[in-house]
Design a protein around this ligand. Structure first.
Ligand code: TYM
Length: 334
C-alpha cells in the first residue's frame, strides 16, 4: 500500500500500434480505475524483445505507446508511467524469480504455445521465461491489482504461484496480486475471423481497429465486419461476429446486452455496424487529437519519463533489496 491507497500495476508491449482490443480490454479500465488506486504503468519494452524488432521503429513504437497512455487519460503527474527497461530491477528480480517456476509450469502457458507455433524459427529462451519477467514487473511494486484482458489471466496465475512459493520459503516479501478482468471488452475478437482474438499482428488489416486509424477507416472496417446470414441483433454463441460487435458497442457506451438488443430491435446489420463504427470513431477522436499534441511536445514527454523512471526505480529497488536479502545474497558494502 502506497499513501494509503492500494496499488494497481499494468503494462503493454511496446510493439506496433495499440488496437481496440488493448483499449477496451485494458487501457480504458486503467483510466476508470486510476483515481481509486496508486497506479504504475510500464512501457514493456523488454518483453517486446522476445520477437525480433527493427531498432529505430521499436524506439518509435515505445514512445508512441507512452504518448497513447497519456492521451487516453492517464495523467503522468499522478500515475507513474515509465519504461520497463529504464528500471534495472525488473531484469534483476526476473533472474531471481526464474529459479522458482518449474519447466512444466512454463510449458503449459498458452501464450508461449501460441507464439512458439507462430514463430517456429525463433523459439528463444526469452519467449519461454516471458511470464517470469512479467511476475517480476508486478511483484516489484507490491501490487494489489492488475487490470488486464482475459488472455493474460494465466500469466497472473503463475505470478501468484511464484509469489506464494517465494513467500512460503523465505517469508512475506511479495504481495500476492489479483487480476482485474472487466465484465465487457475483456476479449475483443477479430472483425474478419470473430473466433480469433483481435491482434496487432493480424495480416488482414480489416481484422483490427488500430487506435490511430482515422474515422473513415474505422467506419469502413466495421461495415466490412464478418457477421452471419441472419439479421437479428442478439448475443448468441453461434453469432460470434454480432456478439463481438455488441461487446465493442457495450464496452464503449456502458450499455448492457439487453439494452443493445432493444435499441436495435427491427434494424438490420447495416445500421448496427454503422452505429458501432461511429461510436468507436467518436470515442477515439479526443484520444487521437491529444496524441498528436503530445507526440509533438518532446520536452514534456521527456520530463515526465525521467521523473517517473526515478520514482519507479525507487520503489522497485526497495523490493529487490528485500528479496536479495531474504535469499541470502551478500549485501553490498556502502
Ligand atoms: P499485450 O501487450 O499483449 O496486451 C496489453 C493488454 O491488452 C489486452 N488485450 C486485449 N484485451 C481484450 N481483447 C483483445 N483482443 C486484447 N488484446 C490484448 C491484454 O490482455 C493486456 O492487458 N504480457 C503483457 C504485457 C505485460 C504486463 C506486465 C501486463 C508485461 N508485464 C505486467 C500486466 C502486468 C502483454 O503481452 O500484453
Amino acid at each position: 500500500m502506497l499513501d494509503g491507497k492500494k496499488i494497481l500495476y499494468s503494462g503493454m508491449q511496446a510493439t506496433g500500434t495499440l488496437t481496440l482490443g488493448n483499449y477496451l480490454g485494458a487501457l480504458k479500465n486503467w483510466v476508470n480505475m486510476s483515481e481509486e488506486y496508486e497506479c504504475l504503468y510500464g512501457v514493456m519494452d523488454l518483453h517486446s524483445l522476445t520477437l525480433r524488432q527493427e531498432p529505430a521503429e521499436f524506439r518509435k513504437n515505445a514512445r508512441s505507446l507512452y504518448a497513447l497512455y497519456v492521451a487516453a487519460g492517464l495523467d503522468p503527474e499522478k500515475n507513474c508511467i515509465y519504461y520497463q527497461s529504464h528500471v534495472s530491477a525488473h531484469a534483476e528480480l526476473g533472474w531471481l524469480l526464474n529459479c522458482f517456476p518449474y519447466m512444466g509450469e512454463l510449458q503449459r502457458m498458452t501464450q508461449y504455445k501460441d507464439k512458439a507455433a507462430k514463430h517456429a524459427e525463433n523459439i528463444n529462451a526469452g519467449l519461454f521465461t516471458y511470464p517470469v519477467l512479467m511476475a517480476a514487473d508486478i511483484l516489484l511494486y507490491q501490487t494489489d491489482v492488475v487490470p488486464v484482458g482475459v488472455d493474460q489471466k494465466q500469466h497472473l496465475e503463475i505470478t501468484r504461484d511464484i509469489a506464494q512459493r517465494f513467500n512460503g520459503i523465505f517469508g512475506e516479501v511479495f504481495t500476492v496480486p489479483e487480476a482485474y478482468i472487466g465484465k465487457i471488452g475483456a476479449k475483443i475478437m477479430s472483425l474478419q475471423e470473430p473466433e480469433r482474438k483481435m491482434s496487432k499482428s493480424d495480416e488482414n488489416a480489416n481484422a483490427t481497429i488500430y487506435l490511430l486509424d482515422d474515422r473513415d477507416t474505422i467506419i469502413r472496417k466495421f461495415k466490412r465486419a464478418v457477421t452471419d446470414s441472419e439479421s437479428v441483433i442478439c448475443y448468441r454463441e453461434d453469432k460470434p461476429g454480432i456478439s463481438n460487435l455488441m461487446d465493442i458497442y457495450g464496452a464503449v457506451t456502458g450499455r448492457s446486452k439487453e439494452e443493445i438488443e432493444r435499441e436495435f430491435e427491427g434494424q438490420g446489420y447495416g445500421s448496427f455496424k454503422l452505429a458501432v463504427g461511429e461510436t468507436v470513431a467518436d470515442e477515439l477522436e479526443p484520444l487521437q487529437k491529444r496524441y498528436a499534441e503530445l507526440i509533438a511536445d518532446k520536452s514534456y514527454i521527456d520530463r515526465v519519463i525521467k521523473a517517473n523512471d526515478e520514482k519507479a526505480a525507487y520503489y522497485a529497488g526497495k523490493t529487490l533489496r528485500k528479496a536479495q536479502k531474504k535469499l541470502g545474497l551478500t549485501e553490498r558494502i556502502r
